[in-house]
Design a protein around this ligand. Structure first.
Ligand SMILES: [Zn+2]
Ligand SMILES: [Zn+2]
Length: 137
């Protein structure tokens, strides 16, 4: 019995609280990459408000899942948090319109390829640059 209780108390007690610097890993099904998202990107309420404002189109590459996949793609998009997590204090409250942007999983993975993530504009610029060169071929 003691051993079982010991196992139970092994669970981190802070797991239920949301800390600004909390980082969770999500593994999109079938994806080869890992996207690290923070608590703000998992906040469903903030996400809803962000998407109500921006819609479901990727802020980087303009990808629209419903346009591409029809009904199956309807209302599918990731939400990215723009504020560097390390600069967030305890009193911080996410602003769904200022701080969050809809992004497709590809762009989201690219944003998070560096830590801290690169900017949306920066990624959009490199995307345009590389598209420009590949269309020259
Ligand atoms: Zn995208
Ligand atoms: Zn993100």
């Amino acid at each position: 019995m003691l051993a079982a209780e010991g196992l139970g108390s092994d669970q981190p007690t802070k797991a239920a609280a949301i800390y600004p610097d909390e980082v969770a890993e999500t593994y999109p099904e079938g994806a080869k990459y890992t996207i690290r998202v923070n608590a703000y990107e998992r906040n469903t309420d903030a996400r809803k408000k962000c998407l109500a404002h921006y819609g479901y189109r990727c802020a980087v590459c303009d990808f629209d899942f419903e346009h591409r996949y029809g009904q199956r793609g309807k209302e599918f998009i990731h939400v990215h948090h723009l504020v560097p997590v390390s600069s967030i204090g305890q009193a911080y409250e996410v602003d769904p319109i200022m701080d969050l942007r809809p992004v497709c999983p590809n762009c989201h993975a690219m944003l998070h390829r560096t830590n801290p993530p690169c900017g949306i504009d920066e990624l959009a610029a490199s995307l345009q640059e590389s598209q420009g060169t590949s269309s020259d071929l």
